[in-house]
Design a protein around this ligand. Structure first.
Ligand code: ARG
Length: 584
C-alpha cells in the first residue's frame, strides 16, 4: 500500500473514533494550498446523516487528528472544511521510503487476467496515422495495468482477411498472371515459388486495387469471388496470401517497434477460423439467431436503448464470414484458450456501436458469461490544422512512417544533436521524435480529437516530450556529477524553500494519478503529472545550486530529491512507452 493510502486509512479510522463513518473516504489534496496540504470536506454530508451541526462534527474530528504529530496546522474554514498541513518530518520520512523503494508510492490493484486487443493493423495496407493511437494508447495502458498488478496478454489482432485480401490478390493476378498461385493445375511446392514483393509495392497495390473495385463492377465481382475462395481454402491464393502476410507483418512490426509497441500475440482475424463452427453452434443453440435475407442476424436492442441499436449481422448469406463473425469467434477462442476476466478493445471511437453490438450478442447467446467483462475504449482522431482527419499535402492518407519522418525533421531543427556522440545521433534523434509524437498523443483525454502540430510537439519548452526528456537527462547528469564528487550518502534530511516541499507533496500524489489513468484508460493524467513534477523540479533546480551547496545535509537532500524525481520520471516515461536517451 502507498504511504498516502495508509495515511488515508488512518485518517478514516480517526474519524470513526470521533464517531463518524464515511463510506469510501478520500483524503484529498487541497484545492486551496494556501490553507493546507490536504482537506476533509465530509463534515457537511455527515451533518445530514448524523443530524448534527457540521462545525461541531469538524471540531470533533480535528480533536482526534490533533493527537497525530504527522499533522500540523489543522484548521476549520467556513461551515466545516478541515484543512491539514503535513509535517516536514512526515514528508521527509515518506520521501526516504519512496527513494528506497518506489513501490511505497504505488497502490496495487487486485490483479486480474486481462486480454488487450489493440494495434489492429491491416495486412497489405501500410500502417497509417489512424493506427497510431491504438498502438500508443493500448501499449501504455498495458504497461500501466501491469505496473499496478494485472496480468495482461496483448494481441495485435491483425486485419488479415476480408475484402482487402481479395483486392490485393486480384491486383497481383493482373500484374503477374503467370505465377503458379493462379495456375489451378500447379502441383509443385508453393514454398519454392520465386516471387518476392516489397512492402512498398504492397503499399501501392492496395489503394489502386481498392479504386478499381469501386469503379469497375466486374472487378468487384472478381474480388468477392477470390475472397470467398481464399476463405474456403484455395491453395494457390492461400500460399500467396501467406507470403504477403509474412512481408507485411515484418514491415508492420518494425514500425510498431519504432513506437515501442510490442505484442504477446501476433494473431489475426483469420486465426479464429478453427473456432467458427463451435461459435456458430453456441449462438444457434441460444435460439436468438434469426434469418434475414439469407443472413443470420441477432437483435441486440433493449427496451432502455434511447439511441439506435440495429441488429448485428452475425454471418453472411453465402456463408462467408464478416468482421463481426470473426470478432465473435475470436472472443470464443480467447475465452477457451485463456479464460480472461476481462477483454479490453482499443479502436477508433467510430467502432463503438459495432463493439456494443458484438458484446451484447456475446452475452445474450452465452458465448461469454456475465462475469467476464468485455469493454471497448475508443479514441478520437488526429486531425490536420483544418480539423479534418490528417492527410498528406496531396490529400492521400498519411503513413505512419512519413509522419515519424516529418516529426524527426522538425526535431532536428531544434535540437543540437552535435552534443551527442556521432554513432548515437540517429538513435537519439529518433527517441526524441518518438517522445514528441507519443507525448502529444497522450495529452488530450483519450476520446478527444487533437491537431497534429509538429512545431508545437517538438518544442523544447512547454508540455512536450522533448521538454520532459531534456529535463530528465539533466537530472541524470546532475546525479552523475554529484556521485563523481563522492557524496557520502543520499537521503532526505530537511526541507528548505517552497519548491522542495511542493515536490514532495506532488510526489505523494502519484498513486492517485496512476489509479485514475488506469480507470479511465487514458494517459492524460500521467502526461499532465509528468509535466507538473518536471516543472516544479526545474524551478527548484534554477533556484538552488546543488553541486556547490556547502551544507552537507542540504546537499544530500537535494540530491535525493533529484534522484527520486528522476526515478519517477523514468518509471512514468517507460510506462508511456517513451525512451529516455543517455544524453541530449
Ligand atoms: N483492423 C481493424 C481496423 O483497422 C481494427 C481491429 C480492432 N479490433 C477488433 N477486435 N475488431 O479498423
Amino acid at each position: 500500500m502507498s504511504i498516502i493510502k495508509e495515511l488515508e486509512y488512518e485518517v478514516a479510522q480517526k474519524m470513526e473514533e470521533a464517531g463518524y463513518k464515511v463510506e469510501n473516504f478520500v483524503f484529498s489534496p487541497s484545492s486551496r494550498p494556501d490553507l493546507g496540504d490536504y482537506q476533509i470536506n465530509d463534515a457537511m454530508s455527515l451533518a445530514k446523516i448524523y443530524q448534527e451541526n457540521p462545525h461541531i462534527i469538524a471540531e470533533k474530528i480535528v480533536k482526534k487528528l490533533k493527537t497525530d504529530n504527522r499533522f500540523t496546522n489543522i484548521n476549520i474554514a467556513g461551515p466545516g472544511f478541515i484543512n491539514i498541513t503535513l509535517s516536514d518530518e512526515f514528508l521527509i520520512d515518506s520521501m526516504n521510503k519512496s527513494l528506497k523503494d518506489i513501490n511505497n508510492n504505488i497502490d496495487r490493484v487486485s490483479g486480474k487476467k486481462i486480454m488487450m486487443d489493440y494495434g489492429g493493423a491491416n495486412i497489405a495496407k501500410t500502417l497509417h496515422v489512424g493506427h497510431l493511437r491504438s498502438a500508443n494508447i493500448g501499449e501504455a495502458v498495458k504497461r500501466l495495468a501491469r505496473l499496478l498488478g494485472h496480468e495482461v496478454i496483448s494481441d495485435v489482432h491483425f486485419g488479415d482477411i476480408g475484402r482487402q485480401s481479395g483486392m490485393v490478390i486480384s491486383e497481383i493476378k493482373e500484374r503477374y498472371p503467370t505465377l503458379p498461385y493462379f495456375d489451378e493445375c500447379y502441383s509443385g511446392n508453393y514454398q519454392e515459388v520465386d516471387f518476392n514483393i516489397t512492402p512498398e509495392e504492397l503499399g501501392e497495390i492496395y489503394p489502386l486495387a481498392s479504386t478499381k473495385a469501386k469503379t469497375d463492377e466486374s472487378k468487384l465481382e472478381e474480388v468477392v469471388e477470390i475472397t470467398k475462395e481464399l476463405e474456403n481454402g484455395h491453395k494457390g491464393y492461400n500460399a500467396l496470401w501467406n507470403k504477403i502476410k509474412e512481408v507485411s507483418i515484418k514491415d508492420i512490426t518494425a514500425v510498431y517497434k519504432r513506437i515501442n509497441t510490442e505484442f504477446d500475440l501476433l494473431e489475426g482475424e483469420s486465426d479464429c477460423y478453427p473456432y467458427i463452427k463451435e461459435t456458430m453452434s453456441i449462438m444457434e443453440k441460444s435460439g436468438l439467431l434469426e434469418e434475414s435475407e439469407g443472413a443470420k442476424i441477432i437483435n441486440v436492442k433493449t427496451e432502455t436503448d434511447d439511441s439506435p441499436m440495429p441488429p448485428l449481422v452475425v454471418i453472411k448469406s453465402n456463408d462467408g464470414t464478416l468482421y463481426a463473425t470473426r470478432d465473435l469467434a475470436t472472443i470464443h477462442s480467447r475465452m477457451k484458450r485463456f479464460s480472461p476476466d476481462e477483454i479490453w478493445y482499443f479502436a477508433d471511437n467510430r467502432q463503438s456501436l459495432y463493439f456494443e453490438q458484438v458484446f451484447r450478442a456475446s452475452y445474450l447467446t452465452g458465448l461469454v458469461q456475465k462475469e467476464t467483462k468485455l469493454e471497448f475504449f475508443g479514441f478520437g482522431t488526429m486531425t490536420g490544422q483544418d480539423g479534418r482527419p490528417f492527410k498528406t499535402r496531396d490529400g492521400g492518407v498519411m503513413t505512419l512512417k512519413d509522419l515519424i519522418k516529418s516529426i524527426k525533421e522538425e526535431t532536428l531543427k531544434r535540437i543540437n544533436i552535435d552534443m551527442v556522440e556521432e554513432e548515437k545521433r540517429e538513435e537519439t534523434a529518433e527517441m526524441i521524435a518518438i517522445a514528441a509524437l507519443k507525448y502529444a498523443d497522450f495529452l488530450p483525454f483519450r476520446t478527444k480529437d487533437y491537431v497534429f502540430d509538429p512545431i508545437k510537439f517538438t518544442d523544447l519548452e512547454g508540455k512536450t516530450g522533448p521538454y520532459l526528456l531534456y529535463s530528465t537527462v539533466r537530472m541524470k547528469s546532475l546525479l552523475e556529477k554529484v556521485e563523481k564528487e563522492g557524496i557520502k550518502e543520499i537521503s532526505f534530511h530537511k526541507l528548505k524553500g517552497t519548491n522542495d516541499r511542493l515536490l514532495a507533496l506532488t510526489i505523494l500524489k502519484m498513486p492517485m494519478v496512476l489509479k485514475k489513468s488506469l480507470e479511465a484508460k487514458s494517459l492524460n493524467e500521467i502526461a499532465e503529472y509528468l509535466y507538473k513534477l518536471t516543472s516544479i523540479y526545474n524551478s527548484f533546480y534554477a533556484e538552488n545550486k546543488v553541486l556547490t551547496e556547502e551544507d552537507e545535509k542540504l546537499k544530500s537532500t537535494w540530491t535525493a530529491l533529484t534522484k527520486l524525481t528522476f526515478n519517477i520520471n523514468s518509471l512514468l516515461l517507460k510506462t508511456l512507452g517513451i525512451k529516455v536517451p543517455e544524453k541530449m
